[in-house]
Write a protein that binds this ligand. Structure first.
Ligand code: PGA
Length: 262
């Protein structure tokens, strides 16, 4: 039997994911950056890491079309919990999937803050993503006040437990740890702090999902990831990729960050 002669490799570490979050930035003119990322995503890098850009909803369809034939994935930044209905201005996970998205970010701190999204809402959105066949990137992270009060681990634990979708697997769910105070500020936690929080998230996942799933679920770090700090952050234990805001808007910067995995 071929299976017996070539047993499946035992890979303890998940394949890293380098994800861009364009936030409320980008018009059709920005598609040249998507094309440049797709062009720079060569086979050597494909073997090392998955690459994703989460565009504004207005660009998902055209960005996905621009990536046809490339391994670069396109995702959304939020979805409604329902598949359709009277929710003016909202977009469902099914609509994102129909437009060519394969991932969606849920529970980004900007949505938790600007739109009052609680972990209960985030969990429902993540479940909507899974229902639509999308992979959910579930964001968690403490504010500056919470960190200064020594509450980081408690806050992150509560958010992870409260936001994890029913049916979460290592394929369909990704956690992104993004300290709120590190987003868009140029500040990052120390390597030791990143290591501590990521190890603690892994532990929380073990309790919720069991050792096998938890060991292989990707935990991304996000918050002021730049080309010059990416290699150090991506080398931290239990960091399985990055979620990148500002530095994902330019193909050269995004590819320079992804190059940490070359
Ligand atoms: P930043 O944003 O890389 O600009 O800090 C990260 C994020 O909010 O996902």
């Amino acid at each position: 039997m071929i299976e017996a002669r070539f047993p499946m490799a035992i890979t303890s570490r998940p394949r890293p994911l380098v994800a861009g979050n364009w936030k409320m930035n980008g018009t059709r003119a920005s598609l040249s950056e998507i094309k440049a990322i797709a062009d720079g995503y060569d086979v050597a890098l494909q073997n090392r890491a998955a690459l994703l850009i989460c565009t504004p909803a207005t660009l998902v369809l055209t960005a996905a079309a621009a990536c046809l034939g490339s391994k670069l994935e396109i995702g959304g930044q939020d979805c409604h919990a329902k598949a359709s209905g009277a929710h003016t201005g909202d977009i469902s996970a099914e609509m994102l999937a129909d437009s060519g998205a394969s991932f969606v970010i849920v529970g980004h701190s900007e949505r938790r803050a600007d739109h009052g999204e609680t972990s209960t809402i985030v969990k429902a959105k993540a479940e909507a993503a899974l229902r639509a066949g999308l992979r959910a990137i579930v964001c968690v992270g403490e504010t500056r006040a919470e960190r200064e009060a020594g509450k980081t681990l408690a806050v992150v634990r509560r958010q992870v437990k409260g936001s994890l979708p029913e049916g979460a697997s290592r394929w369909n769910t990704i956690i992104a740890y993004e300290p709120v105070w590190a987003i868009g500020t140029g500040l990052t936690p120390t390597i030791a702090d990143v290591a501590e929080v990521h190890a603690d998230i892994r532990k929380t996942l073990r309790g919720a999902l069991g050792a096998d799933t938890a060991g292989r679920m990707r935990i991304l770090y996000g918050g002021s990831v730049k080309p010059d700090n990416a290699a150090a952050l991506m080398a931290v234990a239990n960091v399985d990729g990055a979620l990148i805001g500002g530095a994902s808007l330019k193909a050269a910067d995004f590819l320079a960050i992804a190059a940490a995995y070359r």
